[in-house]
Design a protein around this ligand. Structure first.
Ligand code: ATP
Length: 254
């Protein structure tokens, strides 16, 4: 083999190539609500062990992508979770396999306390891992530990968001979908949520994060897709996106 052959076969991976096998992959994905087309031929790859963030303004299609990935919406094109086409797998089956979606609405049981909300998040898991999962969540968010018997509806927005993430973690996720977890939260709570990401990844979880808070996404995700009107207008590593003039000028105030 000549030196040229060697070089062409063994090119180092560029920083924008995914580092590992995708957990979730969308090819040419389109989704419409009647006449409103929310996603237009989107290609997204979520490699194992990474945080991939979809960013973009209101109505860009971030939640539509999250909902399509977890089997809530019909679509054209392909979306595969661990090589299975989402449309062929039932929603319960996706949860059983570890795709756990923490929705933008949080969907807590307001009149139930923290402990019961958490236990419901583990309803598909064996009893023997429930206690261990609960301890992980209480270690991650001590504010929940202090409020085990408090009703969810009486908690602050930030505490409710922690509970929603905690409940999702009770489902022992393989892929955790966090839809706008920072929406409306104070900086001190953003810090708590940011600090939880690393221990979650350390458990072998892959994270799909949708965010309007571009700074949060750039600081904490590995890979970013900027959506506008259902299309990815920019994509790359967080480092690449931090240096992108369009993102800086349009989303970070220059
Ligand atoms: P936000 O950050 O405000 O949540 P988003 O990026 O998550 O926005 P989507 O909620 O996915 O955007 O909305 C994408 C487009 O699809 C918008 O034009 C929205 O009006 C439309 N849309 C979303 N849900 C529905 C629905 N249930 N029925 C009709 N149109 C919808």
């Amino acid at each position: 083999m000549s030196t040229d052959d060697f070089e062409s076969e063994f090119q180092p991976a560029t920083s924008s190539e995914p580092a590992a096998d995708p957990v979730l992959e969308a090819d040419n994905l389109s989704v419409s609500y009647g006449k409103v087309q929310a996603l237009r031929g989107l290609n997204v790859t979520v490699p194992e062990g990474e945080i991939v963030s979809l960013i973009g303004p209101n109505g860009a299609g971030k939640t539509t992508f999250a909902n399509t990935a977890s089997g809530f919406l019909p679509y054209e094109g392909n979306v595969r979770y661990r090589d299975q086409e989402i449309a062929t797998v039932g929603q319960t089956e996706l949860v059983e396999q570890g795709m756990i979606h923490c929705t933008e609405e949080r969907d807590l049981f307001g009149y139930m306390d923290v402990e019961d909300n958490l236990e419901l998040g583990g309803y598909l898991r064996d009893d023997d891992i429930i206690e261990e999962r609960k301890e992980f969540v209480y270690d991650l968010f001590p504010r929940l530990d202090e409020r085990r018997e408090q009703n969810a509806r009486s908690m602050s927005g930030g505490e409710q968001q922690m509970l929603a993430i905690g409940r999702a973690l009770m489902g022992d996720p393989d892929l955790l979908i966090l839809d706008e977890p920072t929406l409306g939260l104070a900086p001190v709570i953003l810090k708590d949520i940011a600090e939880a990401l690393e221990p979650i990844l350390d458990q072998g979880v892959t994270i799909l994060l949708t965010e309007q808070n571009v700074t949060f996404a750039l600081n904490h995700a590995d890979r970013i897709y900027l959506l506008e009107n259902g299309e990815a207008v920019r994509e790359g590593t967080a480092e690449e996106m931090q240096g992108d003039d369009y993102i800086r000028e349009s989303y970070l105030g220059g």
